[in-house]
Design a protein around this ligand. Structure first.
Ligand code: AP5
Ligand code: MG
Length: 214
């Protein structure tokens, strides 16, 4: 099962991708998480990505595409994966389609988690993220058992640098300009599925499971 998650920043892509990954035993591959781990380790890639991310801009395509194509070639991705935060430009989507075509594969689903901009800013201010495993929580909508500690791996939770309201606004406009066109792209490919992302996160997940098990 090869899945791409689409949706605005804060729509719940990471939350749902993690649930899909656990239920179906396929890896959750988040480019945002990969960049944040590299920033934490202060790698060359992390240093390059940080400037763009802190401003709410996209990291250039050339820094992202090879990274994902290499990741998809690893053994654990053989039976499928859920991609979260990639692709997010038309050139990235085309590069992915081409890379998969070369090995005779294609995506099965592009799931768009739909949440209007008005809901996003409040969601982001309450978000807490685990840098170690990519777990995502919310102080009100999805709290951890122990404050500041990831339920899944015991890692420390952080507030993301790009979750300040002004940066969130910038990320939303970048989303509408550069990523929203992917909805048309995957509609034309015949694999787009929409879910309402404004309802409780367990209900969003139930809607996704219905799509995947049809
Ligand atoms: P990335 O990490 O991908 O961030 P994003 O797309 O902005 O999305 P978020 O992770 O902020 O939101 P999400 O949809 O995962 O929501 P979440 O589940 O956390 O990218 C960060 C940056 O990296 C980019 O800006 C860019 O610079 C760079 N980058 C990454 N990939 C790139 C690429 N391919 N090309 C170029 N640059 C790239 O949920 C949000 C909050 O809401 C949480 O607190 C959660 O608990 C809560 N929540 C979730 N669902 C619900 C619900 N149904 N009801 C109530 N609360 C909910
Ligand atoms: Mg995310």
């Amino acid at each position: 099962m090869k899945i791409v998650m689409l949706g605005a920043p804060g729509a719940g892509k990471g939350t749902q991708a993690k649930m899909i990954s656990e239920k179906y035993g396929i890896p959750h591959i988040s480019t945002g998480d990969i960049f944040r781990a590299n920033i934490k380790e202060n790698t060359e890639l992390g240093q390059k990505a940080k400037g763009y991310m802190d401003k709410g801009l996209l990291v250039p395509d050339e820094l992202v595409v090879d990274l994902v194509v290499d990741r998809l070639a690893q053994d654990d991705a053989k039976k499928g994966y859920v991609l979260d935060g990639f692709p997010r430009t038309i050139p990235q989507a085309e590069a992915l389609t081409d890379a998969l075509a070369k090995i005779g594969e294609k995506l099965d689903y592009a799931i768009d988690v739909d949440v209007p901009d008005e809901n996003i800013v409040t969601r982001m201010s309450g978000r807490r993220a685990c840098v170690k495993c990519g777990g995502t929580y919310h102080v009100k909508y999805n709290p951890t058992k122990t404050e500041g500690i990831c339920d899944a791996c015991g890692g420390e939770l952080i507030l993301r640098d790009d979750d300040k309201p002004e940066t969130v606004q910038q990320r939303l406009s970048v989303y509408h300009e550069q990523t929203q066109p992917l909805i048309d792209y995957y509609t034309k490919e015949g694999i787009l599925k929409e879910v309402d992302g404004t309802v409780d996160l367990n209900d969003v997940f139930a809607a996704i499971v219905t799509i995947l098990e049809k």
